[in-house]
Design a protein around this ligand. Structure first.
Ligand SMILES: NCc1[nH]cc(CCC(=O)O)c1CC(=O)O
Length: 308
């Protein structure tokens, strides 16, 4: 009898994602024992020390370095990440499997609808993309930096007297709190973070057992959509905290990718949209990035990049 150890971060969302990932697998492989293991990250504890540690280690995410170490050392066989939190550069020896069908890709407003927000309304979010997109359509709004996991951020609606908070619909729904969503933001104006709503299933390349058990766990359509989004982000040299929105959508064997880059003050925005064959998602991502760069995306992104 074989055992597969599945790691994730400690948050309720991370654990919910592991349960969602494992449910169909437990049914398909009744003889396999699936064990869950929690791996804490510096980013889950103290953001400042986390950022310092990450910069000292030469990149990577404050929310994925320990997970990756656990995978490399063999402590776990699989890590279930939120794909959008994963850097586009894959560590050597590790691979991302095609993700399962993704959950709701939209951003959501909790506390108020967009039209219902008062002039100068206080909106909780610390994501530069969300700040930029909101200010682009409502320059009067006042972004308020909030941190922490999803339940903490929902709680800040009241404790920080905010008019609304913006969060990924996927996370809110996975935590069973979908009824707290006031408005699903329109995807044309608010394309999400590349990979939003999808799981990032990471394994060691040489782990035959994991490869065998997880071979059928992915959805090829979701895979193509997120590949295009992430290829676009990589081409823009963006990380997880840049004001870049991307939405890839398949229709039959045609994939359409919408890319958007917005200055954090919301004043400048460039957009591009292209369709291509579903079987060449990375090519489409690079092409859309090229169109964004032609329109000056680099100048917008240079403002948010830390000085080298
Ligand atoms: N950066 C935090 C994070 N990472 C994944 C999710 C939600 C699930 C998802 O987007 O896939 C969230 C919270 C949020 O952005 O509201």
């Amino acid at each position: 009898m074989s055992t597969l150890v599945v790691g994730s971060r400690a948050s309720h969302l991370a654990k919910a994602q592991v349960r969602e990932f494992l449910a169909p697998l437990r049914e398909r492989f009744p003889d396999v024992t699936f064990r869950q293991r929690v791996i804490t990250e510096a980013g889950d504890q103290d953001r400042r020390s986390a950022l310092k540690e990450v910069s000292e280690r030469g990149g990577g995410s404050a929310f994925s370095v320990n997970q990756v170490d656990a995978l490399v050392s063999g402590e776990v066989d699989v890590i279930v990440h939120s794909l959008k939190d994963l850097p586009t550069a894959n560590p050597p020896g590790l691979i991302l499997l095609p993700p399962p069908t993704r959950a709701d890709v939209h951003d959501a407003l909790c506390g108020s609808t967009l039209a219902g927000l008062p002039h100068g309304g206080r909106i909780g979010t610390s994501a530069s993309r969300r700040i930029a997109q909101l200010l682009h359509v409502r320059p009067d709004l006042v972004p308020v930096e909030i941190r922490g996991n999803v339940p903490t951020r929902l709680g800040k609606l009241r404790t920080q007297r905010l008019d609304a908070v913006v969060l990924a619909a996927a996370g809110i729904k996975r935590l069973g709190r979908g009824e707290e969503i006031s408005e699903i933001l329109p995807i044309e104006l608010f394309p999400p973070s590349p990979g939003q709503g999808a799981l990032g299933i990471q394994i060691r390349e040489d782990n035959e057992l994991a490869r065998e058990i997880l071979a059928g766990s992915g959805d090829p359509v979701t895979d193509a959509e997120v590949r295009a989004e992430r290829a676009m982000l990589a081409e823009l040299h963006g990380g997880c905290s840049v004001p870049v929105g991307a939405f890839g959508k398949a229709d039959g064997d045609v994939l359409t990718l919408h890319g958007q880059v917005t200055s954090v003050d919301g004043r400048r925005q460039v957009e591009a949209r292209l369709s291509g064959p579903l079987c060449e998602p990375e090519k489409l991502g690079v092409q859309v990035a090229g169109l964004l760069l032609d329109q000056g995306a680099e100048g917008i992104l240079a403002e948010v990049r830390p000085a080298a």
